[in-house]
Design a protein around this ligand. Structure first.
Ligand SMILES: Cc1cc2nc3c(=O)[nH]c(=O)nc-3n(C[C@H](O)[C@H](O)[C@H](O)COP(=O)(O)OP(=O)(O)OC[C@H]3O[C@@H](n4cnc5c(N)ncnc54)[C@H](O)[C@@H]3O)c2cc1C
Length: 435
């Protein structure tokens, strides 16, 4: 690792815990270590925490981006032992206990990787460049803008073939993200497009959901998968199971069965891969680019390094390939790790992790949702209300909860969200201040 300017965190007699990533897991550890005997440094490439489960609602113009994100500095106000730095972590040297970031280097006593995952394109560079992933607020806004731009163009496009490319939307991946996006696009096609784009024949808009496996929501029960397929079919989504996307040139989607779909919007929700960091021993990286951890979330062969959430893979009898990559795992691992770090500080042994599965849910459309709860399996309106309640209470910040609730009520009563605006970011050069 090259020598770099150091990040200016005061050297104190407290041991330093550096946490990389302010998602569900990283935020949990950092908050619980605030005002503990440690000095805490929280590093994230963004200055906000984002609530990924509602990203698709930003893309579909249902909620404002600002209501599903929360500024990190506001969370850690008055927490004097927590230092927030906005930087991208690039490399670690476990021997010298140094971290290399875009801002400079930093030493640690304990390091926690909570960097989450990114879209996995399975090595297909063309799809990576031309498709639209759904992992961040910026990507959700990109999709919203792309859709609005293409629909505006479609109004003035006489050529049927070209219009199809502008109007048709292809979603790849039949997990929760793909299913939820497909459902809300179908609702928009039914409720909103005929009013906003009355010059377009909405029957020309085709929404495809392509799934490589033989069922939707593969991680959920058979009951949930079948209900979801039924709902999407009722909503007019063209679901193709057992079908793989093999290529995409920006205008045509190529499928494994030899057929093609013309579309300028290929939404990629087909898989994830751990966010990479250089410097870890090869044996500590396993399937899906995740970090192999033991039952204390300690990274294999790296004594002072821990990993939690999506990036961690803790193999057990019940979860041989690691836990599901969902928010609850990250939160529960974050909670226990904070406790274990405090125990280490007090000379006590660490406690092993055991996942308490609270259930899974997905919403497909208005009054259409599925829920596998520990005690019951539900679908329909009740599942939809439970989904809304759980997501509302899980959102960070009271203002966000109120804002999302307000937007949902508008949608519920008027069936007409009002955020269909295309705000384009301005690109301008800024002067670089030299020291
Ligand atoms: C569209 C979508 C919908 C989802 N819906 C659900 C759902 O309904 N229910 C559910 O339980 N789960 C859902 N998930 C999964 C859930 O969001 C993740 O399991 C959870 O966010 C994992 O938490 P984490 O702390 O491991 O990582 P994340 O929450 O992803 O946080 C990672 C953080 O690390 C930062 N970071 C990454 N790389 C670097 C770097 N090199 N340097 C500095 N910072 C970095 C990121 O900016 C981010 O803030 C969904 C995910 C997506 C994408």
């Amino acid at each position: 690792m090259n020598s770099l300017e150091k990040i200016s965190i005061p050297d104190t007699n407290q041991k330093r815990v550096v946490i990389v990533g302010a998602g569900f897991g990283g935020l949990e550890v950092s908050q619980r270590l605030a005002n503990s005997g440690y000095q805490v440094v929280l590093i994230d490439k963004n200055n906000y925490h984002q609530f990924q489960p509602l990203l698709y609602q930003v893309a579909m113009a249902t909620v404002e981006p600002s209501s599903i994100i929360f500024p990190l500095r506001k969370i850690f106000r008055k927490k004097e032992n927590v230092y927030v730095r906005i930087a991208e972590v690039e490399e670690v040297d476990p021997q010298t206990q140094q971290l290399k970031t875009s801002m400079g280097s930093l030493s640690y006593d304990y390091l926690v990787f909570a960097m989450g995952a990114r879209s996995n394109f399975f090595g297909n560079k063309q799809i990576e460049e031309l498709s639209i992933p759904m992992k961040s607020v910026s990507e959700a806004l990109f999709l919203r803008n792309a859709m609005l731009e293409d629909f505006e163009k479609a109004i003035e496009t006489r050529d049927y073939e070209v219009r199809q490319k502008l109007l048709d939307i292809v979603i790849v991946g039949g997990g929760a993200t793909g299913v939820e996006l497909a459902g809300s696009l179908a609702e928009m096609k039914k409720q909103i497009f005929p009013k906003d784009y009355y010059e377009i024949d909405t029957l020309e808009i085709d929404i495809y959901l392509i799934q490589g496996g033989d069922k939707l929501l593969a991680g959920m029960s058979e009951f949930a998968s079948e209900a979801t397929l039924d709902y999407l079919t009722q909503l007019g989504i063209k679901v193709r199971l057992n079908t793989r996307v093999t290529g995409y040139d920006g205008e045509t989607v190529f499928l494994g069965d030899g057929t093609t779909i013309p579309s300028q919007k290929l939404i990629w929700a087909a898989g994830i891969s751990g966010n990479p960091v250089k410097g870890l021993p090869a044996e500590s990286i396993v399937r899906g680019n995740r970090m192999a951890v033991d039952e204390y979330n300690q990274v294999k062969n790296c004594e002072h390094i821990f990993a939690i959430g999506d990036i961690a893979s803790m193999a057990s009898e019940k979860y041989p390939d690691g836990h599901p990559q969902v928010a609850q795992v990250a939160i529960q691992q974050g909670k226990l790790l904070a406790k274990n770090l405090k125990r280490l500080h007090n000379g006590k042994p660490m406690l092993p992790f055991s996942y308490h599965d609270k259930g899974s849910m997905a919403t497909i459309g208005r009054k259409k949702a599925v829920a596998d709860l520990p005690w019951i399996k539900l679908k329909g309106n009740l599942a939809s209300l439970i989904w809304m309640f759980i997501h509302l209470i899980s959102l960070f910040g009271l203002r966000n909860k109120i804002a999302v609730f307000f937007n949902w009520m508008i949608l519920y009563f008027t069936k007409d969200p009002y955020l269909r605006v295309n705000i384009k970011p301005t690109k301008r050069e800024r002067a670089v201040v030299k020291e």
